[in-house]
Design a protein. Structure first.
Length: 220
């Protein structure tokens, strides 16, 4: 049986205005190092004017002077890291995991008992879909068999995939093919500069590569 602290229904998220957003910024030498890890051509290509205009209006985004396509990738990486760090403040394993959701389902099913067991008049009972209790029971059984990684791990995997996705998108717009090995090394450096624990490039390159490019066939 799960420990009691893991079987409480998830709590409410804070109001948007109370969310303290991360304000992470790469230092100047870190920015330059990251730009050098990207394809050299990107450091010689100027940023489209429409991107500069959009970046200037992004809420809560660090204001940067973007001159090259490499700057765009680093800027997008910086924003992704800020989103990751903000998300960690909103979600925690103690609130969002299968055991907690099952607890919430059990509480809801208990509240619905008068509706499904004839405790109210037919007109009131009809407000609740006839298959709701059955669907909730099925979902509870599904969750009982579900094994998911910790929330922080899932957010980290999404962050890595986002960094890889930015690089692929820029490469597509530039009509060129990037070396996935180089982008994985870039992601490793960015996460290191942000003090985010992750699979080390030197020791666990393949694992990190699967996170950065989760759907790609990576070279050996």
């Amino acid at each position: 049986m799960p420990r009691a602290k893991y079987t409480k229904p998830p709590g409410w998220l804070p109001a948007v205005e109370r969310i303290e957003r991360s304000k992470f910024r790469f230092r100047a030498h870190q920015w330059q190092r990251l730009a050098r890890l990207l394809p050299p051509k990107w450091s010689n290509q100027t940023v489209p004017s429409d991107y500069i205009a959009n970046a200037a209006t992004m809420p809560h985004a660090p204001r940067r002077v973007l001159k090259t396509v490499a700057d765009v990738v680093v800027h997008e990486t910086e924003g992704a890291i800020n989103s990751y760090q903000t998300s960690l403040q909103l979600f925690s394993d103690s609130r969002h995991n299968p055991a907690n959701v099952r607890a919430a389902i059990r509480r809801l099913r208990a509240a619905l008992e008068p509706f499904v067991q004839g405790g109210v008049d037919a007109e009131t009972s009809d407000i609740i879909p006839a298959d709701l209790d059955g669907n909730l029971a099925a979902r509870e059984q599904e969750l009982s068999r579900l094994r998911v990684p910790p929330m922080q791990r899932r957010f980290l995997v999404m962050l890595c995939a986002l960094i890889g996705g930015v690089a692929k998108s820029v490469a597509a717009n530039c009509n060129e093919i990037v070396c996935e090995h180089d982008i994985v090394r870039y992601a490793d450096a960015a996460l290191t500069f942000a003090n985010i624990k992750h699979p080390d490039f030197a020791k666990h390159r393949d694992r990190l590569a699967r996170w950065v490019f989760p759907t790609d066939q990576l070279p050996h």
